[in-house]
Design a protein around this ligand. Structure first.
Ligand code: FAD
Length: 374
């Protein structure tokens, strides 16, 4: 007889792996499906690390979510003894009058979050690795830091398996539909699976399953540069975000094994197919997009060592879409994480499980409904 799962996870990457784990912890029978064997480099989660910031510079409505996400990351780290979160602090650097810094300050005030504010002179003295112009300032969030993204996904998947979750990896989902009695049928290239509910957490290529969703896949690159020891975590160099005068935002991590990882949030190439996500270095701009940062604030970093290409799933307003699939029953989806979603993967998994159990959610998810685009 066909097994009927309580929950089928479609796409077991960042959000999917956490959903599978929290569902198993709640005692649900779960099937995790993925096109590859996660963690892998075909989605949006590779490249070792992701920043987690609390006093959000984009929108304060994310703060309650990220604070719960941080609690869950701490719990996962202490329950498994896997070193997946590094509390290095995050230093946010930008022109004094920037909205980004203003939002950090108002988020910190509203939610009573500890931050330290430095003018350019004191920031340059404390972190001589940076050269802030006089009209810049820096805000340190010392309790935030970075997550080891592939390690976190690996941990969720191993722990879920230990709790009895079934895996169907290297399997592509082709369609998701309701059948009799509100059940969900998930059709794959390896057969059809049945669940009482399903979550679609396929990241960039969500249009394959939800064709009309307003998501734009964007090719992004991130690079590693040679860096002296004083850029390392041992030397207490923090993770950072830097917004220049033209509002372009860069981010980076403390150096590891002599290499510092740096990326640029804006830009990249809009793509339609997986094949268009060319490897790092295929485009001239891959190797030069960071240069304005080296001309301006981070002037002593060394030569490019290597890079990788990844993807953002951009929504029109760059805010998340968390909703039930229109016209269907018991099928939810999360997409549009728009290049800032990894830090939330833990709490999004917890929320999807609670929603599948028809529980009341403690967070206001109304800013994230699909209907805002209609
Ligand atoms: C360069 C870069 C830097 C970033 N930096 C940060 C950061 O500092 N902080 C932060 O919070 N976020 C950051 N992000 C964003 C964050 O990594 C993503 O928002 C997050 O990883 C997306 O998670 P996801 O679960 O939606 O997608 P993924 O983790 O990509 O998972 C989707 C999964 O679905 C599977 N899948 C797809 N289609 C199918 C199908 N048809 N059938 C079966 N399986 C399928 C894929 O194989 C994949 O495993 C960054 C992203 C990039 C690219």
């Amino acid at each position: 007889m066909t097994k009927i799962y309580d929950l089928i996870v479609i796409g077991t990457g960042s959000v999917g792996s956490s959903t599978g784990y929290y569902a198993a912890k709640r005692g649900l029978s779960v099937l995790e499906i993925d096109a590859g064997t996660p963690p892998h480099s075909e989605g949006s989660h590779h490249g070792e690390t992701r920043i987690i910031r609390h006093a959000h510079g984009e929108r304060s409505s994310y703060v309650p979510l990220v604070l719960r996400a941080q609690e869950l990351w701490h719990d996962l780290k202490s329950e498994t003894d896997v070193d997946l979160f590094h509390e290095t602090g995050v230093l946010n650097i930008a022109p004094k009058q920037s909205d980004f810094l203003g939002n950090i300050i108002s988020s910190a005030q509203k939610y009573d979050l500890p931050i330290n504010i430095y003018d350019a002179v004191s920031a340059n003295k404390k972190w001589p690795q940076f050269t802030l112009p006089e009209h810049f300032k820096a805000i340190l969030e010392k309790n935030s830091g970075y997550l080891k993204s592939e390690l976190a996904i690996d941990t969720y998947i191993k722990e879920a398996k230990r709790l009895g979750v079934d895996e169907q990896f290297n399997t592509k989902v082709i369609s998701v539909n309701n059948i009799d009695n509100d059940l969900v049928s998930v059709v794959t290239n390896a057969g059809t699976f049945i669940g009482k509910s399903a979550v679609i957490t396929v990241g960039t290529w969500v249009k394959d399953l939800i064709p009309n969703i307003p998501i734009q896949p964007v090719r992004k690159v991130v690079s590693w540069f040679e860096a002296p020891e004083h850029f390392s975590e041992n030397a207490h160099f923090p993770a950072f975000t830097i917004q220049l005068d033209d509002k372009v935002q860069y981010y980076g991590f403390p150096a590891n094994n002599g290499l510092i990882k740096i990326g640029r949030h804006q830009g990249g190439q809009k793509i339609k197919t997986r094949e268009e996500r060319l490897s790092f270095g295929a485009l001239t701009e891959d190797k030069i997009e960071i240069l304005p940062l080296f001309d301006n604030i981070l002037t002593t970093v060394g030569e490019l060592n290597h890079g990788v290409a990844c993807t953002y799933d951009l929504s029109p307003d760059e805010d998340f879409i968390i909703d039930d699939l229109p016209g269907k029953r018991n099928i939810q989806f999360v997409t549009g994480l728009s290049g800032h979603g990894f830090k939330f993967a833990s709490v999004l998994g917890e929320i999807l499980v609670a929603k599948s159990l028809k529980e009341t959610i403690d967070f206001d998810l109304s800013p994230f409904l699909l209907s805002r685009f209609q």
